[in-house]
Write a protein that binds this ligand. Structure first.
Ligand code: FAD
Length: 473
């Protein structure tokens, strides 16, 4: 009888999981998780993301026991797995969920799919157009996918043979020693995701639209579902449908509508990387790659370790390092500072930042990084003022002081303007001069006809056709 081999990667949930559901229909299936150490060291990947993913895997393993199944861990690459499948199975069919990821994953995944061709089925749940991409119909397709029926749990497995792979407990005890000291990052798993969704819809979302800009208030007011979407402990469709179902009886409708738009943005951004994987290393508008030809390792090191001499920026970095998350506006400011004020190529800074994010989703991250660096050609460049953000988001500098206690005795004005003399780190750039330089450089190339012609092509390929979703928060 045919053995269904279900390979899971970033869809770590029991329900609404197409590969698991359809792979289980014959009740003769095994579930394999591919643990590839090189993947976790690839562009922007890090141990905090692995820890979150393991939390999700643990809960999925428990849930699978209810249908007489479990997770088997395969240690190695897609190429190794291919050999293992051939040496262990003659009559088999593979089920996998699609995943838009970094080049290391994509290359292995593509070879794997090509090799098994008619013995593999790939499913998607992000509302992406995997083939026959058409930007004009994208939005309609997305709505269609989001309103599809939610799939239930997989069927009970009657698979009897021994699987020559290690179980989750064995794997966990092997890798967990490298994941200590990460206690402050978000916990993973479907039950945590469900709790977050419930509390967000019921009360946490109050004031979401304004509070999301503050690094302090957003911690509680934003949904905090991002790593759960990245590792699939809940699907976007499940959240979308739950929101729609409860919407009539919920308060804070305007806040929830803003949240709903962002679910769409999520997939819209992932689609861009899927359509053009080169975006991982090349600017969306290729002429922009000539802008920042050189980089300065020492300056980048000061930025990523929170030693720029600008207290608000440094506090944001420290917060991010500790908790693995920070709100959208501060992510944008951090990136804007690196690309405009420090004038560093985003290709050098982006992976360092990504490693700090528990929710690192390459499709969103890389595109947002490019937008905040002014290299897409289709979005207006915006240079964030660190001093203004500091004043607006933390007027009394309490949040900054909680992260940089040595500034406790300073008045807020000196902290916002970074006028702290010898008492704090020297500033690595002059804010006004560097902003002016960046503005001049960016606008000088944007004016040319060649630039504009290329920008039109970029828009046709990637631009949202929903005008109201064209802005970011
Ligand atoms: C430089 C930079 C890098 C980023 N990297 C990532 C990343 O790696 N992974 C990631 O999930 N988000 C990323 N974002 C977008 C955004 O900051 C996060 O999605 C958000 O802060 C996550 O917190 P939340 O789940 O509480 O968001 P909420 O405000 O509750 O939003 C709900 C969901 O909508 C989606 N979303 C929200 N804002 C955006 C946006 N602007 N673009 C696309 N989708 C959005 C996310 O899936 C998010 O979980 C990045 C933004 C910037 C400026």
């Amino acid at each position: 009888m045919t053995t269904d081999i279900i390979i899971i990667n970033r869809n770590l949930r029991i329900q609404d999981n197409e590969a698991l559901f359809y792979g289980s229909l014959r009740s003769n299936y095994i579930v394999i998780y591919l643990y590839d150490e090189n993947y976790w060291n690839a562009n922007g990947k890090s141990s905090r993301q692995l820890k979150f993913s393991n939390d999700c895997l643990k809960e999925l393993n428990q849930d699978l026991s209810e249908v007489n199944s479990k997770i088997n861990i395969f240690e190695g690459s897609f190429d190794d797995l291919k050999i293992w499948i051939h040496s262990n199975y003659k009559d088999f069919f593979i089920h996998m969920n699609h995943c838009t990821d970094v080049g290391y994953f994509r290359d292995g995944f593509e070879r794997f799919k090509k090799h098994f061709q008619d013995k593999i089925k790939i499913y998607d749940d992000f509302g992406l157009q995997l083939d026959n991409f058409d930007r004009d119909t994208w939005s309609r397709n997305w709505n269609h996918i989001m309103t599809k029926e939610i799939l239930g749990s997989p069927k009970v497995s009657h698979y009897k043979d021994k699987v020559d792979l290690i179980n989750f407990e064995c794997y966990e005890s092997k890798v967990s020693c490298n994941l200590k000291n990460l206690n402050n990052i978000q916990a993973g798993g479907t039950s945590v995701a469900n709790d977050l969704l419930e509390s967000f819809l019921e009360h946490r979302c109050e004031g979401y639209r304004t509070k999301m800009s503050s690094p302090k208030l957003s911690e509680d007011t934003c949904s905090r579902l991002s790593p759960h979407f990245t590792y699939g402990s809940v699907s976007i469709r499940q959240v979308y449908q739950q929101l729609n179902k409860l919407f009539p009886q919920l308060k804070n409708k305007k806040d929830l509508y803003s949240f709903k738009k962002r679910l769409y943005w999520h997939c819209h951004f992932v689609q861009k990387l899927h359509t053009e994987p080169e975006l991982e290393f090349k600017s969306m508008h290729r002429m922009c790659d000539d802008l920042r030809a050189e980089h300065d390792d020492e300056m980048i090191e000061k930025w990523i370790t929170g030693k720029t001499g600008f207290p608000f920026l440094d506090a944001c970095m420290k917060f991010l390092q500790t908790y693995g998350w920070i709100n959208f506006r501060m992510r944008a400011m951090i990136m804007s500072f690196a690309s405009y004020n420090m004038w560093q190529p985003w290709q050098k800074t982006s992976p360092l930042l990504a490693k700090f994010f528990t929710d690192y989703e390459p499709g969103i991250h890389i595109n947002q990084v490019q937008m905040q660096s002014g290299v897409t050609g289709i979005n207006l460049p915006r240079i964030y003022s660190v001093a203004k953000q500091s004043m607006d988001q933390d007027p009394n500098a309490d949040w900054i002081k909680s992260l940089i206690p040595e500034l406790c005795d300073f008045d807020s004005e000196s902290i916002h303007t970074a006028q702290l003399g010898e008492s704090y780190l020297p500033q690595i750039v002059n804010l006004n001069d560097s902003s002016k330089y960046a503005r001049d450089r960016i606008w000088s190339i944007r004016k040319s006809k060649t630039f504009k012609d290329e920008a039109k092509l970029v828009y046709l390929r990637h631009g949202s056709r929903r005008k109201r979703n064209f802005k970011t928060n």
